[in-house]
Ligand binder design. Structure first.
Ligand code: PEP
Ligand code: MG
Length: 583
């Protein structure tokens, strides 16, 4: 019997596995508050409460500044001084108190004043000054946390192993979970290929996203089950359901152990066609798991994660040390280092002229576009990568290339950096391979030209699908339209693979499609050479590859291309789907 409060919430399966535990509810970041009218007598008390919150905020800021001074030096403390100036500005101190005198609670008065100031800043033409509105909002949030008598909850505040439930988690939040006590997570928003979901897979944390209103239905300490395979969250499940899930988890773990026996066997079809199965990583700490799962290399290192949770750009030495460590640990295998892909849902904040918040970041100054606009930032990373290539097997890959001109522009900068290093006598791999991601439709249809200018292609289906079908990859409301098997996508994939092969180059895929067991056969049949997937997916992909023939995979592809509607394509692929049987 299901207990009274028991509920099943349906979302999007983001990272496989089952997690059972207590809810740790993270607050929403929105700075919106309820208005409460106060009497004349209460006004004085409310103003005192506001002034106390100001004093506490000031004390916090001074303490932070002191810490920055000690660890990073004077110049870095500049940002802290700017916050203090905002805090002491009459626009805050005087105007909020005035608003309270009109008969509203301190939180609401603060909210209204901050909103007014922010709106005035939004009208300023100068981009730099306009962007200072974020500093004002930050200061407002700091005062608010003291008014509410609590710190905004963060992952760092978790005391016991729990399941995080949040409206949204950014990739920068998720990457911090490594050091944390997070057993699983569930979010209101997000899609299957959002980077938050991708990081969850890398960290092997079960996750469900796109639940729409999970946060509204849960309380701290509720018991929940995250079913990351089915995309379900079970709130306050009855004891027998918990027992069932524990048993299911054991079965899944046994399957994983069974599959891992394939670790050292090659990914080869029954008729002898060999492909490479490599891993996607976001952090060097993942290498151990990558090797344990039997990867034959790293096919995508998402280096933008090096730029998160900080306000200064990584130095050349940081890049170099990081890549050298990864490359050395992966020897004798190679590592494809993708130059940074900041933008989209991977936002970072740096004080660079002209680098500001965008209305539509997936279409904005993302990845290679950012690098070509800020060549000095790009060069710092390229120097780090090239220098590390002297100590391991490294390949370079550019993200978001939209056409051959962009690839040539990136290569020109790369060649200039190589020249500088030669002049300085700093060693690097002179034969380093350079590849281009194909993840923008314009690149897909000109893949033949791009393939001539580089050494390999790697298909980024996460973006290729969103840009081709005009479906936001992180928006749960259109998630059902995100169709990897859309005929347009299958045609593009075939075009890209053929273009690469005709130019004599190998073609890989590092989008999530490569790690989905349902698609392996069709991708093999199209001739894909390398599958780069989350480490946890490797054994399954290997098992499937070793269980079929290239002949039948090719037959499936010709069968599909003779079809003209999506539904029958999905049916055909389903019919061929390989099932990993339960033990
Ligand atoms: C992709 O777009 O498929 C890809 C691998 O890159 P990312 O997911 O980091 O955008
Ligand atoms: Mg991409």
């Amino acid at each position: 019997m299901v207990e009274k409060l028991s509920q099943v919430l349906h979302g999007i399966a983001a990272s496989p596995g089952i997690a059972i535990g207590k809810v740790y509810l993270m607050e929403d970041d929105d700075f919106a508050l309820v208005q409460r009218e106060i009497t004349k007598d209460e006004t004085k008390k409310e103003i005192i409460r506001f002034k106390e919150a100001l004093a506490k905020t000031r004390a916090d800021m001074l303490a932070t500044q002191e810490k920055i001074l000690k660890t990073l030096g004077k110049e870095y403390a500049r940002l802290g001084s700017a916050y203090l100036l905002i805090l002491e500005d009459p626009l805050i101190t005087r105007d909020v108190a005035k608003k309270i005198s009109e008969g509203v609670n301190a939180e609401y008065a603060l909210y209204r004043i901050i909103e007014n100031v922010v709106r005035s800043f939004e009208m300023i033409d100068d981009e730099y000054f306009r962007e200072r509105k974020h500093d004002i909002q930050d200061v407002g949030k700091k005062i608010l946390s003291h008014l509410l008598g609590k710190e905004k909850r963060s992952l760092a505040g978790m005391a016991a192993q729990s399941i995080v439930v949040a409206h949204n988690l950014t990739p920068a939040d998720t990457i911090q979970m490594r050091e944390n006590l997070v057993r699983g997570f569930a979010t209101d928003i997000g899609g299957r290929t959002s980077h938050t979901a991708i990081v969850a897979q890398s960290l092997e944390i079960p996750a469900v996203v796109g639940l729409k209103n999970a946060t509204a239905q849960m309380r701290d300490g509720d018991t929940i089950i995250i079913d990351g395979n089915q995309g379900l969250v079970l709130l306050n499940p009855p004891p027998e359901m918990i027992e069932n899930y524990k048993r299911e988890r054991e079965i899944q773990l046994a399957q994983v152990r069974e599959l891992e026996k394939l670790r050292d066997l090659p990914a080869q079809t029954l008729d002898g066609h060999r492909v490479m199965i490599v891993a996607n990583i976001e952090n060097p700490d993942e290498i151990k798991s990558v090797l344990n799962h039997g990867a034959e290399g790293v096919g995508l290192y998402r280096t933008e994660f090096l730029y998160f949770n900080r306000t200064t750009l990584p130095t050349e030495e940081e890049h170099y040390e990081n890549y050298r460590r990864v490359a050395q640990k992966m020897l004798p295998y190679s590592v494809i280092i993708r130059t940074m892909d900041i933008g989209g849902d991977k936002l970072a904040h740096f004080d660079l002229e002209g680098f500001a918040e965008e209305k539509n970041p997936f279409m904005g100054l993302r990845a290679i576009r950012f690098c070509l606009k800020y060549p000095e930032v790009f060069k710092t990373q390229l120097r780090g990568i090239l220098r590390a290539s002297a100590d391991g097997k490294i390949k370079i890959m550019y993200p978001m290339i939209s056409g051959v001109a962009e690839l040539k522009a990136a290569n020109k900068i790369l060649n200039a950096v190589k020249e500088d290093l030669r002049r300085e006598g700093k060693p690097f791999d002179e034969k380093i391979e350079v590849g281009s991601m194909i993840e923008v439709p314009s690149a897909a249809v000109t893949a033949d030209l791009i393939a001539r200018e580089c050494d390999f292609l790697s298909i980024g289906t996460n973006d290729l699908i969103q840009y081709t079908l005009a479906v936001d990859r992180i928006n749960e409301n259109v998630a059902q339209m995100y169709e990897p098997l859309h005929l347009s996508i299958l045609r593009l994939l075939k075009t890209i693979i053929d273009a690469g092969h005709n130019a004599g180059k190998w073609v890989g895929m590092c989008g999530e499609m490569a790690g989905d067991p349902s698609f392996i056969k069709v991708l093999l049949g199209m001739g894909l050479d390398e599958f780069s997937v989350a480490a946890v997916q490797i054994p399954k992909i290997k098992k499937i590859t070793r269980s079929l023939t290239m002949l039948e995979a090719k037959e499936l592809v010709s069968d599909i291309f003779s079809s003209d509607d999506n539904e029958s394509i999905a049916d055909k692929i389903k019919k061929h789907e390989f099932k990993i049987t339960k033990k």
